[in-house]
Design a protein around this ligand. Structure first.
Ligand code: OGA
Ligand code: NI
Length: 319
C-alpha cells in the first residue's frame, strides 16, 4: 500500500487523444484501487476562475452571521445553503466540526431552476458571487465528467459509459471555511471529523494552509500535502459501490493545527438521481455475485445525508 498520493497529469484528456486517455485511465485506476485519492494537474480549470471563487468565498464567510443564517440549510432545504460553525460532526463520535460551509446545488438548464424536486439555490446579496460560483460549478462539473471517461476506460467500459448518468447529476459545490484552531477547542475537536464522501468523486481545491489527512485501508493516516495548481480527487462511496468495491472510498479529515484560517472548495459529483448504482459488469468475478443490491443514486444519497444530518437537509428528489 502506498503512502504517497499520486499526481496525475491530465494533459490531452480533453482532446480525446486515445494514448492520453489510456495512460490517465491506468493511473487513475491504480490510485482508485489503492489509496482512493489522487491529485490532478493540467486539469483545464483556469487558475483565475479558481482564485475568483476563493475570493468570493472569503467575502461570503465575512458577512454578518445573521445574513448567513438567513440562508441556512434548514431554511433552504435540499442540502443547499449555509451550515454554521459547530453545526455538523462528520465523525459523530467526536465534538462538532470547527468549520462553516455553504452549499450550491445543480440547477438543470433543461428542466429549469429547482425542477425535479431538487429545491433551489439560495444566494447571498454579494455582487458578483453568483456568476463566479456558477462559472466555477460548470468548470468543475466538466472536469468531473472528463475524469469519468478515464474511470470508464479503466473499468473496461466505453469512455462515454457515464455520460447519460451524469447529465443532470446530484452535484454539490461546497465552500468551506475553517477558523484558526481556538484555544478553547474540546479534546478531539478538529476542522472536519473523519468521514467518507457519499457520491462518485470529489474534486477539492485548497488554499496553502494544508491539513487534509487520508486514512489508508490499513488504518494508517497519511497527510495530503498542498500541491499548487492541482485538485485533490477522491473516490466516494457510490462509485465504490458501483465498482463492487474494486475502487475504494477512504476516510479523510481536516486538522487545521496552526493559527491561520483555512479555506477550501469541495465539489461532490454524484450521478443523476435516477441513475441505478448496480455492480458494473467488469467488476464482478465470473461466477460471483454482486456485493450490493441495485439502488438509485437519489435513494442512496438521501439515506447517507439523513444519517449524517438528520431530516433537516432531506433530498426531496424521488425518481
Ligand atoms: C469534505 C472534505 C476537505 C477539505 O467537505 O467532504 O473532505 O479540505 N473537505 O475541506
Ligand atoms: Ni470529504
Amino acid at each position: 500500500m502506498s503512502d504517497a498520493i499520486p499526481v496525475i497529469d491530465l494533459t490531452d484528456l480533453e482532446t480525446g487523444n486515445p494514448q492520453a486517455l489510456a495512460r490517465i485511465a491506468h493511473d487513475i485506476g491504480s490510485a482508485a484501487r489503492d489509496i482512493g485519492f489522487f491529485y490532478v494537474r493540467n486539469h483545464g480549470v483556469a487558475a483565475d476562475l479558481i482564485d475568483a471563487a476563493f475570493a468570493a468565498s472569503a467575502k461570503f464567510f465575512a458577512l454578518p452571521t445573521a445574513e448567513k443564517a438567513a440562508i441556512a440549510i434548514d431554511k433552504v432545504g435540499a442540502n443547499r445553503g449555509y451550515a454554521g460553525l459547530l453545526t455538523e460532526a462528520l465523525d459523530p463520535t467526536r465534538p462538532a466540526d470547527l468549520k462553516e460551509a455553504f452549499n450550491i446545488g445543480f440547477d438543470d438548464p433543461a428542466t429549469g431552476l429547482g425542477a425535479d424536486g431538487r429545491g433551489r439555490n439560495a444566494w447571498p446579496r454579494l455582487d458578483g458571487f453568483q456568476p463566479v460560483m456558477q462559472a466555477y460549478f460548470d468548470a468543475v462539473l466538466a472536469l468531473g465528467r472528463r475524469l469519468h471517461r478515464a474511470i470508464a476506460v479503466d473499468l473496461g467500459l466505453e469512455p462515454d459509459f457515464f455520460a447519460d448518468k451524469l447529465d443532470h447529476p446530484l452535484a454539490t459545490l461546497r465552500l468551506l471555511h475553517y477558523p484558526p484552531h481556538p484555544a478553547d477547542a474540546l479534546a478531539g475537536q478538529i476542522g472536519a471529523g473523519a468521514h467518507t464522501d457519499y457520491g462518485n468523486i470529489t474534486l477539492l481545491a485548497t488554499d496553502a494552509v494544508g491539513g487534509l489527512e487520508v486514512c489508508r485501508r490499513d488504518g494508517v493516516w497519511v497527510a495530503a500535502p498542498v500541491i499548487p495548481g492541482t485538485f485533490v480527487v477522491n473516490i466516494g462511496d457510490s462509485l465504490m459501490r458501483w465498482s463492487n468495491d474494486v475502487y475504494v472510498s477512504n476516510p479523510h479529515r481536516v486538522v487545521n493545527r496552526g493559527n491561520r484560517e483555512r479555506w477550501s472548495i469541495a465539489f461532490f459529483l454524484d450521478a443523476n438521481p435516477d441513475a441505478i448504482i448496480s455492480a458494473l459488469p467488469g467488476c464482478v468475478a465470473p461466477g460471483a455475485l454482486a456485493k450490493y443490491p441495485p439502488v438509485t443514486m437519489a435513494a442512496y444519497l438521501r439515506q447517507r445525508l439523513n444519517a449524517t444530518y438528520g431530516a433537516a437537509v432531506g433530498i426531496d428528489t424521488v425518481p
